[in-house]
Design a protein around this ligand. Structure first.
Ligand SMILES: Nc1ncnc2c1ncn2[C@@H]1O[C@H](COP(=O)(O)OP(=O)(O)O)[C@@H](O)[C@H]1O
Ligand SMILES: [Mg+2]
Length: 236
């Protein structure tokens, strides 16, 4: 299912339908079609990216794809299939499967019902160094499956972790999460994930990702707030 969607996003014809309301960058809803398959997608053209002081210009779309690749390699499958398209209507950009969801069912609403399902989100964000885990960057699909979106400002070399998911701070890692992190060490230390991320990020950013995973394993705990700018704004 995922492979088919990824393939469709990689090769399908893209039709831009319009801007997604309330998005901070130029974020578009698009329809992607090939033969008899079609899907809605979120399209973020590189040239719509607002310049940021701390991230190199024009790199946010690639970071979206890198987050998908890492989530897949870890076996977490948190990020909807995301690809980089050079031939998209408004120029090169990321294309991510659109997940139908109720915007009211964001992290703060869901945490009351199923907090334990967010442990893996907390570790994922620590690994990718996500600087923008707002509550609304967690989506609940119609089938109840949880998804993580908006990873344009991740993979910075220096600590930038800004998230609303601090519920597990300081808690020991479960054996399952440790096993996932060990798999990531292999993948990032010369494995396929290193090769993929090297196409999308700077070498120093790939190295820093491996260093974060190793540090998490060493600490054996969920990260704690560092005291300065630990929350995204706005929170939702
Ligand atoms: N894959 C997706 N499926 C469905 N809705 C999405 C998806 N990605 C983003 N959105 C919606 O669009 C909004 C803006 O997208 P986001 O990725 O946060 O872009 P921005 O960089 O503009 O903040 C999100 O808050 C969310 O409501
Ligand atoms: Mg956003």
């Amino acid at each position: 299912m995922n492979v088919a969607t990824e393939q469709l996003l990689l090769c399908g014809d893209i039709e831009v339908l319009g801007l997604i309301p309330y998005s901070s960058n130029y974020t578009f809803l698009a329809r992607v079609r090939q033969d008899r398959s079609e899907t809605l997608a979120v399209y973020k053209p590189r040239r719509g990216e607002r310049p940021l002081w701390d991230f190199p210009e024009g790199t946010l779309a690639a970071r979206e794809v890198a987050a998908f690749a890492l989530s897949e390699a870890a076996g977490w499958h948190l990020v909807p299939p995301t690809t980089l398209r050079r031939d998209a209507p408004l120029g090169e950009g990321s294309l991510q499967q659109f997940i139908e969801h109720d915007p009211e069912r964001h992290f703060f609403a869901l945490a009351d019902e199923r907090l334990e399902d967010f442990e893996v989100f907390a570790i994922f964000d620590a690994v990718i160094n996500n600087a923008d885990r707002k509550a609304g960057h967690v989506l609940e699909g119609r089938d109840g499956r949880l998804w993580a979106v908006d990873h344009g400002v991740s993979f910075h070399r220096h600590r930038k972790l800004r998230t609303v998911i601090w519920n597990f701070a300081g808690k020991p890692l479960s054996p399952g999460l440790r096993a996932d992190l060990l798999r990531l060490v292999d993948e990032l230390d010369g494995g396929r994930l290193r090769a993929r991320l090297s196409e999308l990020l700077r070498r120093s950013e790939v190295d820093a990702t491996l260093a974060r995973v190793e540090e998490l394993l060493l600490e054996d705990r969920f990260p704690s707030p560092a005291g300065d700018r630990d929350l995204p704004w706005p929170l939702v």
